[in-house]
Design a protein around this ligand. Sequence first.
Ligand SMILES: Nc1ncnc2c1ncn2[C@@H]1O[C@H](COP(=O)(O)OP(=O)(O)O)[C@@H](O)[C@H]1O
Ligand SMILES: [Mg+2]
Length: 232
Amino acid sequence: MLTVDTLNQYYGESHTLWDLDLDVPAGQCTCVMGRNGVGKTTLLKAIMGEVAISSGSIRYADDVELTRKRVEERSRLGIGYVPQGRQIFPLMTVEENLRTGLAARRDGKRSIPERVFELFPVLAEMKHRRGGDLSGGQQQQLAIGRALVIEPRLLILDEPGEGIQPNIVAQIGEVIRKLIDEDGLTVLLVEQKLPFARKYADRFVIMSRGRPVAKGDIGELSDRLIKEHLTV
Ligand SMILES: Nc1ncnc2c1ncn2[C@@H]1O[C@H](COP(=O)(O)OP(=O)(O)O)[C@@H](O)[C@H]1O
Ligand SMILES: [Mg+2]
């Protein structure tokens, strides 16, 4: 579904992503892991076009080269993105927040798909509340809901469990599985929570200093790898 090939990225003089290769197979959840500062968020931003890259290719779906596409085009191609830290609009209502996502729909449809409320009933209950009045976990669900209004084929999430109460983290994990198993989505997830990755991901990729250093089926994520690359 997504193939990243020899990607290099710099912030000014600082070389952040190094000859990075990544394969995200269709119909699975691939979890990118690694300590703070290794470049996980930068990788996702490069895929979405939010940071400039210096070289490499990013191919999506039936061989569409993303690096030549503008940011808005990438979401229009069916890529939903939930950035780290949620970034919802606190003064807008839940419904208004969800509607902001509709602009990126290819078909011009201007209503929020019922599936979003089915997956996150709390968003229906709180439709008229302001985003800023929601709990952190509800805001995360709103951010995911907003990414889902385009009915994406690929959903990219950056640490959805960060700073959120455990029961909502579990609900988000269940939604990720439903999206894959019932709706046929592909998921690319950045998550540092080990039990979450083990329970909901199919594959892992560990990054260190801007490049992948290990990958495999989630069952192959060994204690040695965890000790070497994930624990602080
Ligand atoms: N906008 C930026 N300008 C300069 N350096 C940045 C910027 N964003 C991130 N960095 C640096 O790039 C490196 C990778 O950051 P990031 O991709 O956020 O890592 P992660 O998500 O794995 O914690 C870090 O050293 C970070 O300080
Ligand atoms: Mg990050």
